[in-house]
Design a protein around this ligand. Structure first.
Ligand code: AMP
Length: 144
């Protein structure tokens, strides 16, 4: 198997994420690879109603802060240092691909389905990543 050097673990912080996280940590250890962590907070259409009272920039700032806090907790658990944690706001598939290119990832780890996925099918994020990734993708199969 190819020796991976720079792994990007994607997380939606879902309850079923443990097997995905464990696989990425194990693989990084075995391969002596750097492990990076990414979560993309989605700017939902419904937030635009809030924009009447709070500016869009402020909503985005809050989303980023919340994401950083959640990533810090998970990073501590998985032993991923802060400089390898990426908090983004936007469309998950797009931000993940862009970050993978930016940091020269050679393996992206995703779950077969997450919050956007319907049981048994490949979720929309994992499907898009498989199609557009600039590198290999490990899709960890989750029970339906
Ligand atoms: P989905 O295709 O959205 O059902 O999710 C499949 C997998 O994509 C999840 O198990 C995560 O690995 C990844 N993923 C989904 N949403 C996000 C997100 N907002 N940020 C980072 N990774 C995500």
């Amino acid at each position: 198997m190819k020796n991976y050097k720079n792994i990007l673990l994607t997380t939606d912080f879902g309850e079923e994420s443990s097997p995905i996280n464990e696989r990425a940590v194990q693989l990084a250890k075995e391969q002596g690879a750097k492990l990076n962590l990414i979560h993309v907070a989605e700017y939902l259409y419904s937030y635009s109603y809030m924009a009447a009272v709070v500016s869009e920039a402020e909503i985005q700032k809050q989303l980023l802060e919340e994401t950083k806090t959640q990533l810090a907790k998970l990073g501590e658990k998985l032993n991923v240092p802060p400089e390898q944690q990426y908090a983004c706001v936007g469309t998950p598939k797009h931000e993940i691909i862009e970050k993978a290119k930016e940091i020269g990832t050679d393996l992206i780890v995703v779950g077969s389905h997450g919050r956007h996925g319907i049981s048994l099918l490949l979720g929309s994020t994992s499907n898009a990543i498989l199609h557009h990734a600039p590198c290999d993708v490990l899709c960890v199969r989750l029970k339906a």
